[in-house]
Design a protein around this ligand. Structure first.
Ligand SMILES: Cc1ncc(COP(=O)(O)O)c(C=O)c1O
Length: 353
């Protein structure tokens, strides 16, 4: 073939969807450990010593590939939720499982529907498949939008508790949605469910059209390890396994995950501390004039209706406190629940602003 007269642009080699994509923008990850980091909903407490030991021990066998099916992790998860291990799938974070689901379900032009505002990565993943998003705005009570019961889509997603609002819908409402929409796959993203009063995790094994996604990144303090979990029926898990990379979860991640799941007491203690700090943070923010929807997660959405919070976010950042600001929610800051000392520092800075 003849050589083109000029070099092609990088985009010219790729699918047009990629060139058109802005790309997901994660929150900043500063290297300075002095920064008060309340921007990406990590757990402020470190994982337990048992997790560190297990990861160190696993180094001995790093010359071998990891178990492609992450059997030991799946067995722990199955025991914890009373589900069949054959219906559990483990991913390199729940983000990988979301990506895998989109690749498995969404062909060009297919629609994916969800309430908004929500986790903005969903938009990016749909765009990568050349799919269509159907955004259904949440009402003021953040209940499941009624349109989800009838919308024409290949995939429905309910983030519960929802990010960035922190609000949760009751399990009963999710059961109703799953029953009403047996024609379509329903993803329940429970990344933050351990911080909530209830969860719907076991629903994944009982409804043929449901997959529940969990992560060890938040409640188990393992965002850096990258372990996500899907709970569904053995039949659907077998299909999804065809799409999964064989060695998607490293040996170190599997060892750490097993140790973390075996140490429920440590996770529950951290969750209890975060929930107590969350209640205090909400009280302080309300005193400062913010409106805060009831949070069931490890973060809160603090709103000043009609008043942009961009300059507040920037001023906090210049003082070494990172919170999340979204251009499409200009009157809000999303604030991760840190340690008590970190929240004290945030409140001092907010007051001085
Ligand atoms: C709603 C939601 N789902 C999934 C994830 C991804 O978590 P993971 O670290 O397991 O990829 C996040 C991360 O912030 C999230 O907010």
């Amino acid at each position: 073939m003849a050589k083109p007269a000029t070099d092609l642009s990088p985009q010219a080699y790729l699918r047009p969807e990629i060139a058109a994509l802005a790309g997901y923008v994660p929150g900043e990850q500063p290297t300075d450990p002095g920064v008060v980091k309340l921007n990406t909903n990590e757990n402020p407490y470190p994982p337990s010593a048992a997790v560190r030991r297990a990861i160190t021990d696993a180094c001995e066998r790093l010359h071998l590939y990891p178990d492609p099916s992450a059997r030991e992790v799946r067995e722990r998860v199955a025991r914890l939720y009373g589900v069949d291990p054959a219906g559990v799938i483990v991913g390199n974070g729940s983000d990988e499982l979301l990506s895998l689901l989109m690749r498995a379900v969404i062909a060009p032009g297919d629609a994916v529907a969800y309430g908004t505002p929500t986790y903005s990565l969903y938009d990016t993943l749909v765009a990568l498949q050349a799919g269509r998003t159907i955004h259904i705005p949440y009402g003021p009570d953040y209940g499941i939008p009624r349109e989800l019961l009838s919308v024409n889509a290949r995939l429905l997603i309910v983030c519960n508790p929802n990010a960035p609002s922190g609000t949760a819908v009751p399990r009963r409402a999710l059961e109703e949605l799953a029953e009403a929409r047996r024609d379509v796959l329903v993803v329940i993203d429970e990344a933050y469910a351990d911080f909530a009063d209830e969860n719907a995790t076991a629903m994944g094994s009982r409804h043929p059209n449901v997959i529940v996604l969990r992560t060890l990144s938040k409640s188990y303090s393992l965002a850096g390890l990258r372990v996500g979990i899907g709970i569904t029926t053995p039949g659907l898990a077998a299909e999804l396994n065809k799409v999964k990379d064989s060695y998607n979860v490293s040996r170190l991640a599997q060892a750490g995950a097993v140790a973390a799941l075996d140490d429920q007491a440590s996770m529950l203690a951290h969750v209890a501390r975060v929930r107590a700090t969350r209640a205090r943070l909400v009280r302080e923010l309300e005193r400062l004039g913010y409106v805060v929807p009831p949070s069931q997660a490890n973060f809160v959405l603090a709103r000043r209706p009609g008043r942009s919070q961009q300059s507040v976010k920037e001023a906090l950042q210049s003082r070494g406190v990172l919170v999340r600001y979204f251009g499409d929610l200009p009157d809000a800051l999303r604030i991760t629940v840190g340690t008590d000392a970190e929240i004290d520092r945030l409140i001092v800075e907010l007051k001085s602003l």
